[in-house]
Design a protein around this ligand. Structure first.
Ligand code: ATP
Length: 245
């Protein structure tokens, strides 16, 4: 008997500015507790897919015009981004979008904005246990290195205690060593906290090293999907996404 996925995106079409068709019948499923990778070239529509799920699409004049998005048994397409956060989905934006003139600690507290419980301080310590460097850097977040800002953005998402985190290109702008470190922490967080992760990446190698399943997008549609192992062995994937290795 198949378990219902935590997230299912069913045949969605997305249009910007009422005329620019960007997603053309895209379907993906993310099982509870999994890490799933969404891969593809520049402009394939990966970021748009995440924004359709988090509701941030509407801040850019985008709209889901067909299909549906179901999360944890409820339709979420058409509801506002703050309600989607309250349902348990938190997006780590591309380019990280931390608040540079606030400290790391203030940024982390912001992540907990939907919570009213008293465990926020305890969770800050929990985030610091994954990212000890953030505790040492007490200055403004704008002075953190690229890798540290990425860690802060992930830490801020953890503070919301989401069921699911959407990550847009966590490897962007990071050194190979830092990519390794960040992805190993992503895997740990998934394992320790049971948080489900949908990961958008141009770095297919890094993404497939932590994901159990991957989707490959081209021009607003899924063209291939499979287990991370199968995708790594696929000749087309090797040639086009893994640098011919
Ligand atoms: P990248 O890695 O470059 O972000 P992507 O796969 O995430 O690529 P999207 O950013 O989703 O792709 O963009 C898909 C297409 O939608 C592109 O052709 C882009 O020009 C277009 N697009 C994205 N945002 C907007 C917008 N706000 N208004 C109009 N068109 C947009």
């Amino acid at each position: 008997t198949a378990v219902a996925p935590l997230l299912s995106v069913k045949n969605i079409e997305v249009v910007y500015d009422e005329v620019i068709l960007v997603l053309r019948g895209l379907s993906i499923e993310v099982p509870k507790g999994a890490i799933v990778a969404l891969l593809g070239a520049n402009g394939a529509g990966k970021s748009t897919t995440l924004k359709a799920i988090s509701g941030l699409l509407r801040t850019e004049d985008g709209e889901v015009t067909r299909g549906e998005i179901v999360f944890d048994g409820h339709r979420i397409d058409g509801i506002t981004p703050d309600k989607i956060v309250r349902r348990g989905i938190f997006q780590v934006m591309e380019g990280r979008r931390i608040i540079s003139d606030m400290t790391s600690l203030e940024n982390l507290r912001l992540g907990a904005f939907t919570r009213s419980d008293r465990e926020v301080s305890r969770d800050i310590e929990m985030v610091y246990s994954y990212f000890p460097r953030l505790k040492e850097r007490t200055g403004l977040a704008g002075y953190l290195s690229g890798g540290e800002q990425q860690m802060l953005a992930i830490g801020r998402a953890m503070m919301a205690r989401p069921k699911m985190i959407l990550m847009d290109e966590p490897s962007m702008g990071l050194s190979p060593l830092m990519v390794k470190e960040v992805f190993s922490i992503i895997k740990q967080i998934n394992r320790d906290l049971g948080v489900t992760i949908l990961l958008v990446e141009q770095n297919a190698r890094a993404a497939l090293s932590v994901a159990s399943h991957g989707y490959i997008m081209e021009q607003g549609k899924v063209v291939l999907d499979g287990s991370a192992d199968d995708l790594r062995d696929n000749e087309d994937v090797k040639e086009f996404y893994l640098g011919g290795a």
